[in-house]
Design a protein around this ligand. Structure first.
Ligand SMILES: CC(C)(COP(=O)(O)OP(=O)(O)OC[C@H]1O[C@@H](n2cnc3c(N)ncnc32)[C@H](O)[C@@H]1OP(=O)(O)O)[C@@H](O)C(=O)NCCC(=O)NCCS
Length: 172
């Protein structure tokens, strides 16, 4: 997988024009807003390309945000200090072009996003990765990777950063 596919920050050479993931809002975001968001530092977009290619085959975005601790499930909240808010990393968008579906690239992008979030959380704290799933299908994609739904926010899911320790700490 690694030799063929590269994930790198959005740059000028990336060709986003033909990207199509079947969700117009996610295509439109990549084509019209991603570079502005990157320039303004409100989201960091990462592109999946084939080695030697320029066409974007998939992408995700990361940002820092905060959640109200009382919105977290009780078993998580009770282990946190009595602050009103807790820092998290938002995996705002994640999509794979329809031409490349079902080859493990969604998982490859997700693992890259989680590893990057986990690595950076040791320098700028974040206690979980949060996602906003656009529908039930997307939510079940994330649930299959152990994301849990926030109570009362069915489309917002999170994965405690501590769970990623087990996955990545030993060089996994
Ligand atoms: C969700 C998405 C990123 C998956 O991409 P993909 O490259 O086809 O996924 P993969 O091939 O890596 O599949 C990984 C696993 O997730 C499962 N999966 C894929 N799409 C799924 C979905 N929509 N719902 C539930 N599970 C899904 C696959 O069956 C696979 O599991 P398996 O290994 O047990 O077979 C892709 O369908 C997509 O871009 N959808 C439109 C945008 C979207 O919904 N984004 C989600 C965030 S809003």
């Amino acid at each position: 997988m690694n030799a063929r596919w590269i994930i790198e920050p959005l740059g000028k050479t990336h060709n986003r024009a033909a990207f199509s993931c079947g969700v117009p809002a996610l295509d439109d975001y990549l084509q019209r807003r991603a570079s502005q968001d990157a320039k303004r530092r409100v989201a960091a977009p990462f592109m999946l390309i084939e080695a030697g290619g320029e066409a974007v085959c998939g992408y995700y975005t990361l940002s820092q945000m905060a959640v109200e601790i009382e919105d977290l499930p009780e078993d998580i909240a009770k282990k946190l200090p009595k602050y009103p808010m807790a820092p998290v990393t938002l995996l705002g968008r994640l999509a794979v072009d329809v031409r490349f579906r079902g080859q493990g690239l969604g998982e490859y992008l997700l693992m890259d996003a989680l590893r990057r979030s986990w690595t950076l959380s040791r320098e700028i704290a974040a206690m979980a990765v949060l996602v906003d799933a656009k529908d039930e299908d997307a939510a079940s994609f994330y649930e299959s990777y152990d994301f849990r739904r926030l109570p009362g926010r069915r489309n917002r899911l999170f994965l405690p950063m501590a769970m990623l320790d087990r996955l990545f700490a030993e060089g996994g």
